[in-house]
Design a protein around this ligand. Structure first.
Ligand SMILES: Cc1cc2nc3c(=O)[nH]c(=O)nc-3n(C[C@H](O)[C@H](O)[C@H](O)COP(=O)(O)OP(=O)(O)OC[C@H]3O[C@@H](n4cnc5c(N)ncnc54)[C@H](O)[C@@H]3O)c2cc1C
Length: 413
């Protein structure tokens, strides 16, 4: 009896901590934003997506200018730099709409990097001069931005990156290389993580704004991929590239910490886009299964199929609930590292499961290039790898749970 009362108390305490948060409430203002996003997707993205997929990239300068003019590249940023000054619930609404309606993940990935992976540290920690020079034109869509963390030797162990930025007078001389850089083939600048000194790998790094038109910047190749075809992914080398030391974002030596904070923004975006893309897959599959008949009845009337779709729907709801909780805490200014890592892990796995489960019910059509479900299936695989692989998310969760072996603690991101 006592034991069960203890359990009830424990559950109700947890329940209270969840229910005491405001949780996202969408208003007419959010509906207006969603409508703006849908119109842009219908007019400026979807009609061109198949062509972009074939060409291996979209024109970032053109698309981002359109999005920037509509205020979509800096929803939560300071109006002083062209942002809309809105709270994070609007960002959730925007990515849900993009995630549901864009007919490929490629443009979505590019938009995410531009608005929420290359910008956050710059917006939070940089000098006024850097914000005017790099943040404002990124928000307006005049500059295409990219984020340079991963390297050819590895991306999971961020502390072990090799690229250096050594002081020479008032300048930094950058040498090294970055790999898997989304938007990198066409970007005007990179938010680069480099070692600015020797010593502890968590205190020797800085984030630096690096214009990519400088002598010594080599865009070695556009990487051919299995999915996300319309998103350009570059390998970039730096050979004695000189930038002013004042291009360091915030405090020198704080780059590793800033990047870990910046990763939380990226991982929350995965929550909005993965739930929305999964919902689209489920809805499209329901529609298909209503029309397609086998053994004299619509596919959807098979209990196995409608139960499976309901099960997948439950997976979407679970990640969505976590996302809204995290977004709410984010708005309140709380540290969401833990929840963002859980969302990245579960969102990626959920979307892979949904894409695979739905594709099955399309039969042979699901394996053709003629339907979107096969593209979604290819596009989703990367979510459990990029921006911190599943195992890295599990490492963060272990660290917060206090069960990561001591020797590994320092290495975990
Ligand atoms: C399409 C795409 C776009 C990308 N965009 C960007 C970008 O814009 N900017 C950027 O900086 N990077 C980008 N990345 C890189 C991405 O973040 C890395 O691929 C990712 O962090 C994994 O690094 P890695 O590929 O070097 O794999 P590795 O570090 O070599 O790891 C390989 C695998 O080993 C496993 N693993 C690694 N460490 C551990 C561990 N400690 N315990 C257990 N298992 C482990 C994981 O499963 C991991 O997938 C992108 C990648 C892709 C594919």
């Amino acid at each position: 009896m006592l034991a069960s009362r203890g359990l009830v108390n424990c559950i109700s305490k947890r329940y209270i901590s969840v229910s005491s948060s405001r949780l996202l409430k969408f208003t007419e203002q959010h509906d207006e934003l969603r409508s703006t996003v849908r119109k842009i997707v219908e007019k400026d993205i979807n009609p061109f997506v198949d062509q972009w997929e074939k060409e291996g990239m979209f024109d970032g300068h053109k698309l981002f200018k359109t999005l920037g003019s509509a205020g979509l590249l800096g929803l939560c940023r300071d109006p002083k730099y062209g942002g809309q000054g809105l709270d994070y619930s609007f960002s959730v609404a925007m990515y849900e709409e993009f995630g549901y309606h864009i007919n490929a993940a490629g443009p979505l990935t590019g938009i995410g990097v531009q608005a929420d992976m290359a910008q956050p540290a710059l917006a939070r920690f940089a000098s006024e001069e850097l914000k005017q020079t790099f943040l404002a034109p990124t928000i307006s869509g005049d500059f295409v931005a990219c984020l340079g963390v991963s390297e050819p030797e590895g991306g999971s162990d961020v502390a072990a990156i090799k690229t250096t930025a050594k002081r020479e007078g008032d300048d930094l001389i950058i040498n090294g290389g970055k790999m898997w850089i989304t938007n990198g083939y066409q970007a005007d600048w990179m938010c680069l993580l480099a070692n600015t000194s020797q010593g502890s790998p968590h205190k020797n790094k800085s984030l630096i704004c690096v214009p990519l038109n400088l002598p010594g910047v080599h865009r070695a190749k556009k990487i051919a991929k299995m999915g996300n075809l319309s998103s350009d992914t570059a390998q970039i080398f730096f050979d004695n590239v000189r930038v002013p030391a004042k291009n360091i974002i915030g405090e020198e030596g704080m780059g590793f910490i800033y990047q870990m904070i910046q990763f939380a923004d990226e991982r929350l975006v995965v929550g909005s886009t993965s739930t929305a893309s999964a919902q689209r897959a489920i809805n499209d599959t329901i529609e298909y299964c209503r029309q397609r008949k086998t053994f004299g009845q619509p596919l959807i009337d098979n209990q196995h199929i409608h139960f499976k779709l309901a099960e997948l729907q439950c997976e979407v709801e679970a990640v969505k609930a976590l996302l809204y909780l995290a977004a709410d805490k984010f708005i309140e200014g709380e540290d969401v590292t833990y929840l963002a890592s859980v969302i990245k892990l579960k969102g990626g796995r959920m979307l892979r499961e949904v894409a695979d489960g739905c594709l099955q019910f399309w039969g042979g059509m699901g394996y053709s290039d003629d339907v979107l479900i096969s593209r979604l299936y290819r596009d989703t695989r990367v979510i459990s790898i990029a921006g911190g692989a599943d195992e890295i998310m599990l490492g963060i969760v272990c660290k917060i749970m206090g069960i990561l072996p001591k020797a590994k603690k320092d290495k975990s991101t």
